[in-house]
Design a protein. Structure first.
Length: 95
C-alpha cells in the first residue's frame, strides 16, 4: 500500500473491535512509526489493527523494551521509520 492510499484509507470513526491485538514491530524491515495521545488509545488501536491488516508493520511506544531509554529508542525508531503517522486530536495537542 502506498502513502497516498494510506491517507485515503484511514477511517477515524472506525467501528471495528476495541480489542487491540497488533504487536509493536521491532525489526529491520520498513515500518510505520505511530504517534498518538494515550487517551485516544481505543480509537487509535482500531486504526492500527486496520493498518496492520493492510500489511503495514507498526511501531509505537508499546515496542520499547524494558531497560531501554525511551528517548533513545524513540529517536532511533523515528530516524529509521519509512512512514511517520501522527494521530492529531484535541488530546494530542494538549499532551
Amino acid at each position: 500500500m502506498s502513502v497516498s492510499t494510506l491517507s485515503g484509507s484511514l477511517n477515524w470513526m472506525s467501528t471495528r473491535s476495541p480489542h487491540y491485538s497488533v504487536r509493536a514491530y521491532n525489526g529491520k524491515e520498513p515500518f510505520c512509526f505511530v504517534s498518538y495521545a494515550h487517551s485516544d488509545s481505543e480509537l487509535v488501536y482500531s486504526e492500527l489493527e486496520f493498518l496492520s491488516g493492510e500489511g503495514f508493520r507498526i511501531y509505537y511506544d508499546e515496542g520499547i523494551h524494558p531497560g531501554h531509554t525511551w528517548h533513545d529508542e524513540l529517536a532511533a525508531a523515528i530516524e529509521n521509520c519509512s512512514l511517520f503517522v501522527l494521530f492529531v486530536s484535541a488530546n494530542s495537542t494538549e499532551s
